[in-house]
Write a protein that binds this ligand. Structure first.
Ligand SMILES: [Zn+2]
Length: 269
């Protein structure tokens, strides 16, 4: 559609095809979780979810900088800063916030098993959150871009739900959450793009899940690091999640579990 959207989508598609896949060391507890995830193939957990739990995934980290906004501004730092603001606001409202990382992986270079995208999904799914927000940032466009999975909703009793399409059972809820966040940001006068993009690992998430991409305020890309701007956006999102915690619904019947990632072609299991 517009340049901003194309550019943002290109960035997200790059992520979807692993061109900027995250390899992110984390806190010891998270590393432990990651090791568990990589030691065994990811499995889809049984729900239900916790209404007061929110999962935040500050995308990128460490050697994976994400988009280079400018010489001194990296996407990985903006996503983490936004996550901290959201975590603080949500904790003050009684939420339990689980983050896939809470530092720049570069400070933990000796981490043996940096997080993969599947690890991030594993952390999210084990938390059974009422909402999963995958945070990204871009210099293109302005305001906030919110993407939900491109998967089509499936009846929950359908056989064969796989790791790579687990979100299909939840995408109806993701769409409702997308509209709710969109309404809150519109009320806060934040320019908005609502769209669909299967940004990994969103399709593997067993929760209402969205990609929230922060774009500049106006045309100045340096505004991405503006504390008050980040706080304003975070405040609108947190307010929406307060409403969401009473509206979220799990799939009526979950698909048969567990399932595992689809083996690569030519590779014997
Ligand atoms: Zn990104």
């Amino acid at each position: 559609m517009n340049l901003a959207k194309k550019s943002a989508t290109a960035c997200l598609l790059a992520i979807a095809t692993h061109l900027c896949s995250a390899q992110t060391p984390t806190t010891p507890a998270q590393i432990s979780a990651a090791q568990k995830s990589t030691a065994a193939t990811p499995t889809l957990p049984a729900s239900p979810f916790n209404r007061t739990t929110v999962l935040l995934d500050p995308a990128h980290g460490g050697s994976d900088s994400g988009s280079r906004i400018s010489d001194s501004i990296l996407e990985k730092d903006i996503t983490l800063a936004l996550a901290f603001k959201l975590r603080s606001l949500l904790a003050a409202r009684g939420f339990t916030v689980v983050m896939t990382r809470d530092s720049d992986a570069a400070t933990q270079a000796d981490t043996p098993n940096p997080l993969t995208l599947d690890d991030r999904a594993g952390i999210a799914n084990r938390a059974h959150p009422a909402a999963c927000l995958l945070l990204h940032a871009t210099a293109a466009g302005n305001g906030v871009h919110i993407y939900r999975s491109e998967l089509e909703p499936i009846p929950n009793e359908v056989n064969g739900t796989s790791w790579l399409t687990a979100q299909a059972a939840w995408v109806t809820q993701s769409e409702k959450l997308q509209k709710l966040l969109g309404q809150a940001l519109t009320r806060a006068r934040v320019p908005l793009v609502l769209s669909r993009a299967s940004v990994r690992p969103v399709d593997s998430l067993t929760c209402p899940a969205l990609v929230v991409e922060l774009a500049p305020k106006g045309s100045d890309s340096s505004s991405l690091t503006n504390e008050s701007y980040q706080q304003h956006v975070a405040g609108a999102i947190a307010a929406a999640l307060v409403f969401w915690q009473n509206q979220a619904q799990p799939p009526v019947r979950l698909a048969p579990l567990p399932t595992t990632p689809t083996p690569k072609k030519g590779v014997q299991p």
